[in-house]
Design a protein around this ligand. Structure first.
Ligand code: ZN
Length: 289
């Protein structure tokens, strides 16, 4: 039977961070025995670097914005980066060596532990909707990648005052600015709506109409919600899973996201659903001004 593909939520900062944290112990220290690119379109760039992956050692997985990065060193110890954008349905999973790839598998890395401390395994990059991609890059190529070069600062690596100044510099609808990866990286629809609710700010407000102290509060609330979501291993909407196949739990803590028409958990009034910045948006007309 064909899989039913739902409209999915794109993993945001907490989900990609969770994938990186759960993937690292499964791949760090492993070497790549072979690479199979089953769908050439899934490799956006770097086919000429693919031969250097064979025999390369994976040093770890990390996140930048919503990108999942695998750090490797080739046989002459030169660093390479595999950058994955999972988009809506991309997944990275480690499987036992005999596992046949499902039909949406785009790329397979055959892994082994050179010190013999672990059995062989295979890492699949699967993507049912094919919007996700992989890039194989040298670290020095990253600044030349326009998408990478334009990414804004990480919200958990700067203080709220610095991030508020980023919002203040641009005049626009506040939710639109929160979603703009070039202003601040990693926040998507879920965490934008949750941050705005916690800060009591209406998603359609113009940033220029919001006091600096309220922008700082918004960024403190965004940091709070992102940290709580990472602690809960992300939010599972439909089929998001971390790299160990577990669902996150933060969806149980949503104040507004996905709750349109339900009572506000703070004031009891019915939550409103609208379209802001081209995205489905839920907010409370009483609690958010
Ligand atoms: Zn309310």
């Amino acid at each position: 039977m064909d899989e039913v593909i739902y409209f999915l939520h794109m993993p945001e900062l907490p989900e990609v961070e969770t994938i990186a944290r759960t993937l690292t112990p499964q791949v760090a220290g492993r070497c790549i025995k072979a690479v199979s690119l089953l769908s050439p379109k899934a490799l956006q760039t770097g086919s000429e670097l693919m031969p250097r992956l064979e025999g390369a050692a994976i040093t770890g997985a990390r996140r930048r914005a919503k990108l999942l990065l695998l750090d490797v060193r080739d046989s002459s110890a030169a660093p390479l980066i595999l950058a994955f954008h999972l988009k809506m349905t991309g997944r990275l999973f480690v499987h036992p060596p005999e596992t046949p790839p499902p039909k949406h598998t785009k790329l397979i890395l055959e892994l082994f532990a050179p010190d013999g401390t672990a059995t062989e395994s295979r890492l699949f990059f699967d993507d049912a909707r094919t919007f996700g991609y992989c890039r194989i890059m040298r670290p020095e190529d990253l600044p030349e990648w326009p998408f990478w070069a334009a990414l804004g600062p990480e919200p958990l690596e700067h203080n709220a005052g610095f991030l508020a100044a980023r919002l203040e510099e641009r005049n626009g609808q506040i939710k639109s600015l929160l979603l703009n990866q070039n202003v601040i990286a990693g926040i998507g629809n879920i965490y934008a709506d949750e941050s705005l609710f916690r800060a009591g700010i209406h998603p359609e407000r113009k940033s220029s109409s919001i006091a600096r102290t309220d922008l700082e509060t918004l960024m403190l609330k965004a940091q709070e919600v992102l940290r709580e979501a990472i602690a809960a291993c992300g939010s599972s909407i439909r089929d998001y899973r971390d790299a160990e196949g577990r669902a996150g739990a933060f969806q149980n803590s949503f104040m507004v996201y996905g709750r349109g028409g339900e009572p506000c958990r703070r004031c009891g009034k019915t939550l409103k659903t609208g379209r802001v910045a081209g995205r489905g948006t839920v907010y409370c007309r009483t609690c958010q001004q």
